[in-house]
Design a protein around this ligand. Structure first.
Ligand code: 4AD
Ligand code: MG
Length: 466
């Protein structure tokens, strides 16, 4: 009410919200509106160029869509600097080609940035460069059809995630990046310290040791926002977060990054794994369908096969216990060790389920984190789940949270987590939650085998170049 009053009075005083308009037309909207006859200015990069006797044809793309706008340039305009890869500003009139395709007949052509391919530009027109090749040029790869299509899918996916949770009344919270807890307890944290010798020396004189010199405690980059989410969930109900997550794993696999994005949700009053599985399954199917709706053309560019919705979108996900998984793998000669299920075994389980994602539930306690709830019918197991999908294997990890004060106290890894224990002391509720690796899910959606192709600037051991 108060806000409304202030707003109306601002309008009365003539204060209007300024609309920031781009001074050029975005190609996605030019193609969509197709206003034949309209004078239009576009800016972008030349993707193809064909010179004929009287006319030059170029295809221009500005990143807003996978599609290109064809520009027809009459002979009288100077096209000397115009090459594949150059950046251009073109004004002209929208028209229809003899084949009925929308095109822009140029009246002015301005080459803003030349691109001499023989000077070392790594890409060529009409060439499907393999992803491993494109990945060598992190700073230039946004110019390629393949990589820009993936980034557009990523952009839409994050939007759909926020829409999904908003429609379900979840609160979006920002959990901290700097933290004093190693949530998963797997020892994969990056330690944080000031890089300034003078600051460090001065602070050490105050009697602190080097590891905790700045914050007074050892501090890390977050491996998960879960524990913080649990605190908010136990006061405000369902919450989610989508943020950067860091893990110092010594793995250069096609599935691991040192910095990745994790979507984490914590569900209030959740007391069965089935409840948690329902949320995950509903959300993943929604996100899959929505990205296929919003980015069909991009998905087609990335992988023609993946532009068709997979059959599992209309099927129920499979559920099996850890023990059942062990039996299935044993029969296939893939015996499990005490370490758990490895990547080859995860993918074999998905194959066993005909490519349908599979929840593996009820895990041995010693393989999972301290916060997971002990199974009611078996105190050697916890109510944990991993969701395995084609291409990546594990894509989601989650659990019910131990909400018995005494049981949690017995498993608490450090006194530093007394605040977490105390959540069980006052107005406690049962909760459960999960984490979805955004990049791994993009691999599944796009059919991309290497995780390094799903984000602009990947970091992995020995690689933090840009
Ligand atoms: O299974 P994880 O470790 O679960 C958690 O961190 C829980 N605290 C989440 C929660 O319950 N709120 O990680 C969740 C997911 C994995 O299933 C995987 O998809 C992804 O995060 N992930 C990685 N993705 C890329 N690179 C890595 N190094 C990853 N480590 C985990
Ligand atoms: Mg996991």
């Amino acid at each position: 009410m108060i806000y409304k009053n202030v707003f109306t009075s601002q309008i009365r005083r003539g204060i209007k919200l300024k609309q920031t308009l781009k001074n050029y037309s975005v190609i996605a909207s030019v193609l969509e509106k197709a206003n034949i006859g309209e004078v239009t200015e576009v800016k972008g990069w030349v993707k193809n160029l064909r010179k004929q006797k009287d006319l030059t044809f170029i295809d221009v793309n500005d990143g807003s869509t996978s599609q290109k706008l064809q520009i027809v340039i009459p002979k009288n305009l100077n096209t000397n600097d115009l090459t594949y890869g150059s950046s251009v500003l073109i004004t002209g009139k929208l028209s229809k080609s003899p084949k009925g395709q929308l095109e822009l007949v140029a009246e002015h052509v301005n080459v803003m940035g030349t691109c001499v391919v023989s000077d070392g530009y790594p890409f060529n027109p009409r060439t499907a460069h393999p992803p491993e090749y494109i990945r060598q040029f992190l700073h230039l790869r946004s110019r390629t059809n393949y990589f820009s299509a993936i980034l557009r899918v990523r952009n839409s996916l994050t939007r759909h995630i926020h829409n999904y949770f908003e429609s379900k009344n979840y609160l979006h919270v920002h959990t901290p990046i700097l933290t004093s807890n190693d949530c998963e307890g797997a020892g994969e944290v990056f330690k944080i310290q000031p890089d300034n010798e003078i600051t460090v020396k001065a602070m050490m004189q105050e009697g602190r040791d080097k590891d905790s010199v700045y914050f007074g405690t050892k501090t890390f980059l977050t491996v998960s926002g879960q524990l913080h989410q649990e605190a908010i969930c136990r006061g405000m109900g369902n919450v989610y977060t989508l943020g950067p997550t860091f893990r110092a794993e010594n793995s250069r696999s096609r599935l691991h990054l040192s910095e990745f994005y994790m979507l984490e949700a914590e569900i209030a009053f959740c007391d069965t794994l089935q409840n948690l599985q329902n949320v995950i399954e509903d959300m993943l199917k929604y996100l899959f369908i929505k990205t296929h709706e919003s980015n069909a053309n991009d998905l087609h560019i990335i992988d023609k096969e993946k532009s068709v919705l997979p059959l599992w979108v209309n099927k129920e996900f499979v559920t099996m216990t850890y023990n059942e998984a062990k039996g299935i793998l044993g029969k296939r000669g893939l015996d499990m060790t005490d370490e758990g299920i490895n990547k080859e075994q995860e993918l074999a389980l998905v194959e066993y389920c005909n490519g349908i994602p599979v929840f593996v539930i009820k895990w041995p306690k010693e393989q999972k984190s301290f916060y997971m709830k002990e199974c009611q019918d078996d105190n050697t197991k916890v109510d944990a789940l991993d969701l395995l999908a084609p291409i990546t294997g594990e894509v989601v990890g989650g659990s019910l949270r131990e909400n018995s004060y005494d049981k949690l106290k017995a498993k608490l890894p450090s006194d530093r987590l007394n605040w977490y224990l105390e959540l069980r002391k006052f107005g406690n509720i049962p909760t459960g939650g999960f984490g979805l690796g955004l990049e791994r899910f993009l691999q599944v959606i796009c059919g991309v085998s290497n995780i390094k192709d799903t984000l602009p600037f990947p970091r992995w051991p020995h690689n933090c170049d840009m």
